[in-house]
Design a protein around this ligand. Structure first.
Ligand code: ATP
Ligand code: MG
Length: 870
């Protein structure tokens, strides 16, 4: 069965069991501080489990892109070495949000595997939670009894907390789970040892394929468990592993999910998969990592130096290293796999196909730059080796290579080993530990549990319609961090405050208590669908009704910039073409920033056209046409633009200004005329194929023109108020250039004259023509004189000094004949005499210069010159 069909079968099975099929959420998370990437199918549904939002259907099924490269679930170092862990993989899942529970989940999983997929029951094992004293939890006998209906008891294993109690992170929803394992070993192997003894023992052919999680608890900040009000089902099945079983192969990499990419790697790198251990690992690493990186780019997360972007960069660099070391790839090659990947995955994940070219460009650029770094690092390593007599390289040096050049220890070790060196690995580890401690100390923050003031699940955002409202505090918590100190996060039953999102910064404002106390809202953020108001203090009387007031100025300026980004987006697609995709935006009260995919510089004329386009829309006074809660499909059919990497619900908000229509949750002006004016400030590249435009609107444009105007007036005044200032500056420049030329000519003349005089001043000492003298020439004049004299004599020793702008300079010239016959060295002379002018320098044995800050010492330096030829 082809992988495409396996995926489809799963979804169809659960659709028939009344599940809504939803597309995979983006892999990069935006409003969850505890998680960088989706690491399991349930992550995008966290808000449903926590009760912060309600799904339209209590039963959902999907295939979710997951990435396990950081935090609690990190498989990165396994990838390549084993055959069944990936960085990016698809998790097939079915969910019940407070609907069906263990009975159905177990029965359906069994039905799907043994009937729909016709997997032989004799290769299956299941596990149940054995209980745990620390958490005071009993064994999951309910699951045990349910499984007994389908599978003999000797195939049901009891598992510990590590394997059979699922937790997404340190806090949040969790519960006991039942795993389903397959034993795909050959009959001969099975005779040797029972599969029962290999379950959860890291055997490559006895692997877990499906985990059914019975979500019934919430782990609190203090580590204790509380029972969730509703019980949920969360299941996750590794799609690639299921394909391995159903396609009768022994490795995920031998399924059709991977073989096209592996064939392509073989072709590009001229290597063979399946012949050599090290090469196989490298090929698997590249095949796996290109998927993770490509999907991340498609979801809008480009490789970068911080946060999620840095994780992606490191994954790609790991692939480049394996290619470099084991596949002998010294030039970019991974980018060439983008096409195969797009053909392979484009059907199920259209974002990969749509952004193939961007993916290719970004990866190629990353590869080139990292290969350059590798080269530099290799040179540095050579130097280190040269200066290490003992054949053991210092751990701190190896760490420096790791830290600044991205050379992991194993790579440094490999290169060092080739030259007969080893590395003090313990020293390296110590440095690593020190750095980790430094960064931990810098980032510690403590978040307490929520304190409930008033039971209330619903939390309404009313900020599209009003900037003021009477609100009630429902819960709060304290956060202590090194950076911000002590802060509070407040949640209200309703709020006019817009939480940071969609590129727009969060609202600021204040809360007024009935007794007149004012608490400032410093920022507003969203976390798992909850709007959090950040304050420095807690109100005195928590049960009060507060007047929540959003700063009008902050909001209006943000709104002006937000609407302008929509118009800019429209302008770019109209003028540059519809290949332009939004790749990020930052909307602040002060300015806006818009990143987009485009493969060439936007030239001055185009920028003007773009600016004019936006200003024309502003002058048209286009009214805001807002549609809230319309079905996604309706919005798209009407022409709304949706962004890759954004998570949209079933119903969306569409914002239209004339021909511009986007899905957007941000705040906007009532009328484009409210923007007043739009002015681009800069355009440039931020990554391969991604450009950034920065711009301002409204009052900021007024301020900008005012500053420019002031500067212009000042300039004109300096130029004595000419009619045409540009012409005046041009004529000044011309005059300057011609004066420079004249000075050059005069200096040449002068040096010619000086040279004639100097010949007469030479004295012969020990067969050497000697002169030490201060000249009133600049550096190049002195050099000319020295070389001119040098061409006339072959036994010359000259030391010239000069003084310019309070600084001293020494120039020494020694005929090459003297350098070899007498062992004289101009470099050494200036180095030694340089100390009289409090400076230093160097050069070649026959010509060298030194600069210093003390002209007072010139006299003494000149006197000492004679010592060299005595
Ligand atoms: P394992 O012990 O094999 O690492 P897990 O216990 O971490 O698996 P879960 O967190 O329960 O796995 O995830 C559910 C399913 O997702 C697993 O049964 C497996 O099929 C699949 N899976 C988990 N991690 C990976 C991975 N790194 N690559 C591919 N599939 C994975
Ligand atoms: Mg795991």
């Amino acid at each position: 069965m082809k992988s495409q069909d396996i995926r489809a079968k799963f979804l169809k099975f659960f659709e028939e069991k009344n599940h809504s099929i939803v597309p995979s959420a983006p892999m990069v998370l935006k409003d969850d501080p505890t998680l960088m990437f989706v690491n399991s199918g349930m992550a995008p549904f966290k808000e449903y489990f926590l009760g912060n939002a309600k799904p339209k259907n209590n039963r959902i099924a999907d295939t979710q892109k997951c990435l396990r490269v950081s935090g609690k679930h990190n498989d990165l170092e396994e990838v390549g070495y084993d055959t069944y862990h990936h960085t990016l993989f698809e998790m097939l899942g079915n969910w019940s949000f407070g609907d069906y529970f263990k009975k159905e989940a177990i029965a359906w999983a069994w039905e799907f595997l043994t009937e729909v997929c016709a997997i032989d029951k004799a290769i299956l094992y299941v596990t149940v939670f054995e209980g745990n004293e620390e958490d005071n939890l009993p064994m999951d006998s309910e699951a045990f009894d349910l499984w007994k209906q389908f599978i003999s008891e000797d195939r049901i294993l009891k598992g510990n907390k590590k394997d059979n109690f699922w937790e997404m992170g340190d806090q949040g929803p969790c519960g006991p789970c039942s795993e389903i394992h397959v034993d795909i070993r050959s009959p001969e192997e099975k005779v040797k040892i029972s599969g029962r003894d290999l379950v959860n023992k890291d055997h490559p052919q006895v692997v877990e394929i499906w985990n059914l999680v019975f979500m019934q608890y919430n782990r609190k900040a203090n580590g204790s468990l509380e029972v969730l009000p509703n019980k949920h089902i969360d299941t996750g099945m590794g799609f690639e592993r299921l394909c391995m079983v159903l396609q009768g192969v022994q490795s995920n990499y031998d399924t059709d999910v991977f073989t096209p990419i592996i064939r392509e790697i073989e072709t590009i790198t001229n290597s063979n998969y399946g012949k050599d251990q090290e090469i196989d690992v490298a090929i698997r690493v590249v095949a796996d990592h290109v998927r993770a990186v490509a999907f991340s780019i498609a979801d809008g997360q480009l490789p970068s130096n911080t946060g999620a972007g840095y994780v992606i960069r490191r994954i790609l660099r790991r692939a480049i290293r394996y290619g470099f070391t084991f596949l002998n790839q010294k030039e970019p090659f991974i980018f060439k796999l983008a096409e195969t990947l797009s053909i392979q995955m484009g059907m199920a994940f259209p974002e990969i196909k749509a952004q193939e070219r961007l993916i290719e460009n970004v990866i190629k650029e990353e590869e080139s730059s990292f290969l350059r770094t590798l080269d530099q690092g290799l040179l540095l390593l050579d130097k280190v080796i040269e200066n290490t007599p003992l054949k053991i390289i210092d751990g701190a040096k190896a760490f420096e290579l790791y830290d600044t050049y991205g050379f992991p220890l194993d790579l440094t070790q490999l290169i060092a080993r080739e030259k007969g060196y080893t590395i003090d690995a313990q020293g390296f580890e110590n440095e690593m530990k020190k750095q980790k401690e430094r960064s931990r100390a810098a980032s510690v923050s403590e978040t307490s549990d929520w304190m409930v003031v008033k039971e209330d699940d619903v939390q309404e955002f009313i900020g599209y319609d009003t900037l003021e409202a009477d609100v009630k505090l429902t819960r709060y918590r304290k956060v202590v961090s090194k950076k911000e100190g002590e802060q509070y996060q407040l949640v209200f039953n309703m709020t006019p405050f817009y939480p940071e999102g969609g590129g727009q910064v969060g609202d600021k404002g204040s809360l007024e208590a009935p007794n007149g106390d004012v608490i400032y809202v410093l920022d507003t953020k969203k976390e798992n669908n909850v709007t959090i108001h950040i304050t420095k203090n807690l109100p005195k009387h928590l049960g009060d009704t507060f007047k929540a007031i959003v700063s009008k100025e902050h909001r209006q300026k943000s709104a002006s910039n937000h609407t302008a980004t929509h118009l800019l987006h429209q302008a770019l697609r109209t003028i540059l073409g519809t290949h332009v995709e939004q790749k990020g935006s930052l909307v602040k009260p002060k300015s806006l920033r818009f990143d987009f995919s485009h493969f060439a510089k936007v030239d001055v004329d185009q920028l003007q056209e773009i600016e004019d386009f936006v200003n024309a829309r502003i002058r048209e006074n286009l009214p805001l046409e807002e549609q809230r809660n319309i079905p996604m499909k309706k919005a798209i059919d009407e022409g709304a633009i949706a962004l890759f990497g954004e998570k949209y619900g079933d119903s969306v908000r569409a914002i239209r200004f004339g021909q511009s229509m986007e899905l957007c949750g941000g705040t906007h002006v009532k009328n484009t005329g409210d923007i007043w004016y739009f002015k681009i400030q800069s355009e440039g590249a931020i990554a391969a194929g991604i450009r950034r435009i920065e711009a301002i609107t409204n009052m900021a444009v007024g301020d900008y023109f005012e500053t420019i105007d002031k500067q212009y007036e000042a300039l004109k005044e300096m130029l004595n108020n000419p009619k045409e200032p540009v012409k005046a500056v041009k004529s000044l420049q011309d005059e300057n250039a011609s004066l420079k030329k004249q000075i050059e000519m005069l200096l040449k003349e002068k040096s010619k004259g000086i040279k004639g005089d100097l010949v007469n001043e030479l004295t012969e000492i020990n067969g050497i023509q000697f002169l030490a003298k201060q000249l009133e020439l600049d550096a190049s004049g002195i050099k000319d004189v020295a070389f001119d004299l040098g061409s006339q004599f072959d036994n010359l020793f000259l030391l010239f000094a000069s003084e310019q702008d309070g600084k001293a300079m020494l120039t020494c010239y020694i005929s090459k004949e003297l350098v070899s016959s007498k062992g004289l060295n101009a470099g050494q002379v200036v180095r030694e005499l340089g100390k009289y002018i409090q400076g230093g320098g160097g050069g070649q044995p026959f010509f060298a210069t030194a600069g210093g800050k003390s002209p007072k010492g010139i006299k003494e330096a000149l006197e000492k010159a004679k010592d060299y030829i005595k």
